[in-house]
Design a binder for this molecule. Structure first.
Ligand SMILES: Nc1ncnc2c1ncn2[C@@H]1O[C@H](COP(=O)(O)OP(=O)(O)OP(=O)(O)O)[C@@H](O)[C@H]1O
Length: 839
């Protein structure tokens, strides 16, 4: 180990003061370039925290081990600072001391503001210019890493992170007022605890993996990014993340960070390329945006993609600030970690060792040209910080050390680590968004789209407003139309009222005129008025008389019609009476006919019965005669009697029963209808009786037929008597009929005589009597003619109609009516015929 700390200087490191000046110059005035000087890309500062109460009031009195050169670039760490003036030897004991030169060394008296303004703000400004920047705090546990990075939320104790946040937003708000820049700031917060990556702002996202691709480079997949618009929003995120961060109490720190924490702040900045600043640039940007919006709306008109043209006029730079609070390295035997703390310590030390290895590889002079393998993948920490370690980043290492001599070894280790890191070479460059993938551009695209949508909606709204206006106008027109109709109606009513009033006025005028005087006279007294009145009266009179005539002729016509109707009525009444009388007479005739028919039928029946009896008797007689002949001449007398009886009439007068044909004159004559004598078809002539005393003898009685003949004789006699009585009655009735007929004929002849006599004696001795008879005869003739006509044209037709009607009726309904009508028809025809013949 070298005796003098000069061994700690890095080769080629510039003198402290020169370096300080150069550095201050670079912070103050050097404009950013696309690729910074590699030597400027990595800064290493050391901060020595003040002695803590536990160190000041510890078992041993506090002994300082750190000496900061007044230049603030050199720090000496010594086991005994007092021995430095004696080449590190005191009391014969050689104490180790080391001198290191860094970009800045902050002593215990340094403030948070000093640290930030001199070592952190430049990084923040770099980020705002589009560089990646990392501030990595490392050192032994309890040396003030968290204090330096976070510190208090505000005030003098505020750490780098809150100050950086304030600075960023202050720059956005005030620093770029002269520019038409747009910013988008988003934050992420992660921890690596026991080699597991967790999202501190999204606790459910743990065990995240590190990915690398061409577009995004090295990144933690699935890590949430939160767009923040104010420091307050960032603080809220930090508080949330701090609550989720793994901490624990150790011997050296009550609240020791047991994980590496990385707070990421990504700032996207859009600057117009037109180069203008101030109001002109703002106006140009506004015009560009307006034309862009206009172009967006006119996208369909073939002027090319408007969004691309708009994006080409802007420069978007993306700066990323990594604020890394590493877990403190610790020597286990010092911290006394066991169990979980021991495991945590092992992991922490492993990852810190990997970080040292990466830095060692990057600063290995042998491998610098040959690009030796850099073991980024040995830990999650180095993997995530790959850009910050030898990549596209401006990295500031802040080595935290304790001032106490007890921490000499850890402080020396930290300073050595930091010293090595000084030799790291990064190649930072401005992150220009050339492929339009920045979130800001996406946001701008989205904003343009939303603006276009908004404008379209506004246009639609305008259209809708136009439609509403048209609807309103139409509604108003409709209302106007209805109002006009109502007004028209009112006007029409008004006109009607006026007309009524005019008519009333005209009436009144006429009335008044009639009262006016013409030439000193009243109007009705003037000759013109009288002439006109006379003409009018004549005209009305003519009309009235003509009307009267018409009415009179109508009245006469009606009267004639009425008389005619009366005549017809009387005639009809007469006809009705005649019909009734005729019908009555016809009924009487019918009754007579029916009665005669019944009587004839009775006679026929009776005659048939008698004939049957006669036939039977004749047959018996023949039988008896036969028997008698068979028994000899004993009864010859009787036979002769029978024969005599049988020969009493000519053979032609005998009626021989059909069944006995061929028996000759053996049958007895029982009677015939004689038409020759009476001339009437219904006159009955009693037959010639048997000879007196003739008797028959029945064969059943042993050949003595006298009793049977007597009986037969007696029966024949009875029959003869019966026939005689009936014939007498019939003759009586016939005589009665004949008398009636003759009486009628006589009456008719008398009437005819009267008629004939009346006609011929009108000038003779008959006088008025003859004339009266003649008139009576004429009347009767006429009546007869009328009756005949009525019978022929009315009654006959009526009867025929009735017959037809009856024929259409069911036969059961009029068993006799048909026949009766037939008879009636015949009777009418016969009567008509008879009356015509009498004429
Ligand atoms: N510059 C300083 N001024 C005043 N106090 C300080 C300073 N630096 C650190 N401290 C105090 O030191 C203690 C430890 O600090 P801090 O927790 O920041 O250490 P650390 O390195 O983060 O530890 P660990 O690695 O265990 O998390 C705290 O109480 C803190 O307030």
């Amino acid at each position: 180990m070298p005796a003098f700390p000069g061994a700690g200087w890095a080769e080629g490191y510039p003198a402290a003061e020169q370096e300080e000046r150069a550095h201050e110059d670079s912070l103050a005035s050097a404009p950013p370039t696309d690729v910074e000087e590699v030597a400027e890309a990595v800064k290493v500062v050391v901060r020595i925290r003040p002695a803590l109460p536990r160190e000041l009031n510890g078992f041993r009195p506090f002994e300082n081990a750190m000496l900061v050169d007044p230049s603030r670039h050199v720090v000496t760490v010594s086991e005994n600072l007092a021995a430095l003036n004696n080449n590190g030897v005191e009391n014969g004991i050689v104490y180790n001391s080391y001198r290191f030169g860094f970009d800045r060394v902050y002593g215990p008296e340094s403030t948070q503001e000093d640290v930030y303004s001199q070592s952190a703000r430049p990084a923040v400004q770099n980020v705002l210019q589009g560089f990646n920047a990392s501030i990595i705090a490392n050192g032994q546990t309890g040396t003030g890493k968290t204090y330096t990075m976070e510190g208090e939320r505000a005030g003098p104790g505020a750490g780098i992170i809150p100050r950086a946040i304030e600075d960023v937003f202050a720059h956005i708000q005030h620093g770029s007022e002269g520019e038409s820049c747009k910013f988008l700031v988003r934050a992420s917060y992660l921890q690596i605890y026991n080699e597991v990556i967790s999202d501190l702002l999204k606790p459910e996202s743990s065990n995240l993996v590190v990915r690398e691709d061409r577009r995004r480079g090295v990144h933690v997949e699935g890590l949430s990014e939160w767009v923040v618009r104010s420091p307050a929003e960032v603080y809220a995120l930090m508080e949330r993340g701090a609550a989720a961060r793994a901490t624990g109490a150790t011997k050296l720190n009550e609240i020791s960070s047991r994980s590496h924490a990385i707070f990421m702040l990504i700032v996207e900045k859009s600057t117009p390329l037109d180069g203008g600043t101030g109001a002109a640039a703002a106006a140009a940007t506004a015009a560009a945006l307006a034309s862009e919006q206009f172009a967006d709306l006119a996208a369909g008109s073939g002027h090319g993609p408007p969004s691309a043209r708009a994006e080409m006029r802007q420069s978007v730079r993306v700066g990323k600030l990594n604020l890394v609070d590493l877990a403190g390295s610790e020597r286990v035997h010092v911290t006394g970690a066991t169990g979980k703390r021991l495991e945590e310590s092992k992991k922490i030390n492993q990852s810190l060792s990997a970080l040292g290895n990466v830095i060692a590889a990057l600063t290995d002079p042998k491998g610098r040209d040959g690009r030796p393998h850099v073991p980024y993948r040995d830990s999650k920490l180095t993997r995530i910080l790959e850009d910050s370690l030898g990549g596209n980043c401006k990295t500031t290492f802040m080595a935290m050390v304790s001032p106490a001599v007890e921490a000499f070894a850890e402080s020396l280790s930290t300073l050595k680590f930091a010293n090595r890191a000084k030799c790291m070479r990064n190649l930072p460059k401005v992150n220009e968004d050339l492929d339009h993938r920045t979130l800001l551009r996406k946001y701008e695209r989205e904003l343009r789209r939303l603006r276009a949508e908004l404008q379209q909606k506004s246009k639609d709204l305008v259209d809708k407003r136009l439609v509403l206006q048209i609807e309103e106008a139409r509604r108003r027109e409709q209302a106007d139309k209805m109002a006009a109709i109502h007004a028209l109606e009112r006007q029409s009513q008004e006109i009607m009222r006026h007309k009524s009033a005019m008519a009333a006025l005209q009436t009144r005028i006429a009335s008044m005129q009639s009262q006016l005087l013409v030439g000193g006279q009243k109007v009705e007294d003037t000759p013109q008025f009288r002439t006109m009145l006379a003409k009018e009266q004549a005209r009305i009179r003519d009309q009235y008389e003509a009307r009267l005539r018409d009415l009179e002729s109508e009245r006469q016509s009606v009267q004639e019609d009425k008389a005619q109707v009366d005549r017809y009525k009387q005639l009809l009444l007469k006809q009705r009476d005649i019909m009734i009388a005729l019908t009555q007479r016809l009924n009487e005739r019918d009754d007579q006919i029916l009665s005669l028919q019944a009587e004839l039928e009775a006679y026929d029946t009776h005659q048939k019965r008698l004939e049957d009896q006669l036939d039977r008797k004749t047959a018996e007689l023949i039988t008896l005669r036969k028997i008698a002949m068979e028994h000899g001449s004993k009864d010859a007398l009787r036979d002769s009697a029978l024969e005599a009886a049988a020969e009493g009439r000519a053979a032609s007068d005998w009626t021989i029963p059909a069944g006995l044909a061929g028996t000759g004159p053996q049958l007895a004559q029982v009677g015939v209808y004689d038409e020759s004598e009476s001339g009437s078809p219904l006159v009955w002539q009693p037959a010639v009786g048997f000879g007196g005393g003739a008797a028959f003898r029945s064969s059943d009685r042993g050949g003595d037929g006298s009793v049977a003949v007597d009986e037969l004789q007696q029966q024949l006699e009875e029959l003869r008597l019966l026939r005689g009585r009936e014939a007498a009655a019939a003759a009586e009735r016939e005589a009665h009929w004949r008398e009636q007929v003759e009486e009628l004929q006589a009456h008719a002849a008398h009437l005819e005589q009267q008629a004939a006599g009346g006609g011929g004696s009108s000038s003779g001795g008959g006088g008025g009597m003859a004339a009266a008879l003649g008139a009576r005869c004429d009347a009767l003739c006429k009546e007869r003619d009328a009756l005949r006509v009525i019978l022929d044209s009315k009654v006959r037709v009526l009867v025929e109609d009735m017959s037809r009607s009856v024929a259409q009726m069911p036969a059961e309904a009029h068993p006799k009516l048909g026949k009766q009508l037939e008879y009636l028809g015949k009777l009418v025809r016969a009567t008509v015929h008879a009356m015509a013949a009498q004429q």
